[in-house]
Design a protein around this ligand. Structure first.
Ligand code: EPZ
Length: 421
């Protein structure tokens, strides 16, 4: 398995381009099965999870081709003969494949997909997805680790999410788009990625109101058409680079980012005492003076995103005083704390609260990535530590960060990828 060797003590300085959002691209690729005519998606990042989604589309029988070489463009059309069983061997590698549930049962009246396993950050149930489909009249059965949903035609329904769910909202919006009648989703996630899926569906002919609020109304139509859609930029990738710039004592600008999608992280950085600035389509953050410890509580959008929690924990190790980080979304998303401690960080974890005692001089050593965002946290720590840090199992990173090492090198980071032994 590949690993990174990172030489620390490098202040990151310069500008990088934001990629398209992984978490907008995955549901967008699933949404292409809603229409027989081709949909072109642009600015899709070249990351492993996207490749998995494209593989599933191909296996189902969709026609998939690159659109615009190298620009992250993909053209997908789903014939009426599309298969509706998603193979286990691909689902086990990526739980986001559950995003095929809604669109397949809505257009084809059937879907069979293996239940996603848990992962390093929690059990990751999909009960809200299934309850929503049942509310729309789908017959849902669970058998031998597979979930099967059938419906002659889904019917519009009112459904309230017990907790805000990003892919839950996306799945049920996609299902409702071709249902008979009107669906009202209450306590609906408002993430920019959810809004982007709504924008894609609207451009395919869906009738959706309330995007960006927690009540979304979808009036079902009989057919959706192909379209041409550019996915939004990746706010989590952009936030990762800003935190890296501040943590290493440098200054980073991310071009092509959406500051209006990053309010929570920009406000936190300013609150810490970092230099923060934003233009229409770029954001910058710099280390100007010693930072002030600031507690964080991760929450659904527009709160501080859980996907930046691990990266923030790495930065907190460099801040004088005590930083308390409350993980408000997942039940066990602190595995990176133990790895940071191997680098010399002092972190106490109790349930969903981690307390970071800074500032500590991190010393490079060998660490192991456990999930996508934990890997990013360890890379940031390695860039800051003295000496050399080896980050193992970086296949986690390859799932969601496009050209990570190239972008870090452009900022002056000393990072090399090595093929694993
Ligand atoms: C999406 O996951 C993202 N993934 C995650 O990003 C992100 O961390 C998460 O939203 C929260 O923002 C994609 O968009 C592909 P949820 P998702 O449903 O949709 C519970 C990354 O690093 N829940 O919003 O799976 C759940 O256990 C990944 O890019 C249920 O109980 O998350 C969690 O506690 C990691 N039942 C909370 O709700 C359900 O049916 C929020 O989960 C669904 C969710």
């Amino acid at each position: 398995m590949d690993y990174f060797r990172i030489h620390g003590d490098s202040a990151l300085r310069g500008t990088v381009e934001a990629s398209g959002a992984k978490n907008a691209s995955l549901p967008a690729l699933a949404a292409t099965v809603l229409s027989e005519s081709p949909t072109t998606l642009r600015r899709v990042p070249h990351v492993a999870d996207v490749r998995t989604m494209l593989q599933i589309l191909g296996l189902l029988g969709a026609d998939v081709s690159a659109a615009g070489s190298g620009t992250g463009g993909w053209r997908v059309s789903a014939p009426s003969s599309l298969r509706t069983e998603v193979p286990y061997e691909l689902v086990k590698t990526m739980r986001a494949s559950v995003l095929f549930l809604g669109p397949l049962v809505s257009r084809f009246g059937h879907v069979r997909i293996s239940l996603p396993g848990g992962c390093a950050i929690g059990t990751r149930p999909i009960d809200f997805h299934l309850q929503g489909l049942q509310a729309m009249g789908a017959e849902v059965t669970l058998h031998k680790g597979f979930v099967e949903a059938t419906a002659r035609r889904l019917k519009g329904s009112r459904f309230r999410f017990e907790k805000k769910s990003v892919t839950g909202a996306e799945n049920l919006m996609m299902a409702a788009a071709l249902a008979e009648g009107t669906t009202v989703l209450e306590n609906c996630a408002r993430e920019p990625e959810v809004q982007d899926v709504g924008a894609l569906l609207t451009s395919m002919g869906a009738k959706i109101d309330g995007l960006g609020t927690d009540t979304v109304t979808i009036e079902g139509v009989d057919e959706l058409r192909g379209t041409d859609h550019e996915v939004i930029s990746d706010r989590i990738e952009a936030g990762t680079y800003l935190l890296a710039g501040v943590m290493t004592g440098g200054k980073v600008t991310v071009r092509g980012a959406r500051p209006d999608h990053m309010t929570a992280v920009l406000e936190l950085l300013a609150d810490l005492g970092a230099g923060v600035s934003a233009e229409a389509d770029s954001v910058s953050a710099s280390y100007d003076r010693p930072l002030t410890a600031r507690d964080v509580h991760t929450a659904p959008y527009p709160g501080f995103p859980t996907d930046l929690q691990a990266q923030y924990m790495a930065l907190a190790t460099q801040v004088e005083g005590r930083t308390r980080i409350k993980e408000g979304i997942f039940e066990s998303r602190f595995l990176h704390a133990a790895e940071l401690s191997r680098l010399g960080a002092r972190i106490d974890v109790a349930g969903s609260l981690a307390t970071v005692h800074g500032a500590t001089r991190l010393e490079g050593t060998e660490v192991m990535a456990t999930d996508l965002r934990a890997s990013a946290c360890l890379v940031l720590a390695g860039l800051t530590a003295s000496g050399v840090t080896t980050v193992n199992r970086i296949y986690h990173l390859d799932r969601g960060y496009e050209n990570l090492e190239e972008k870090l090198k452009r900022l002056g980071g000393r990072i090399e990828r090595h093929a694993g032994q």
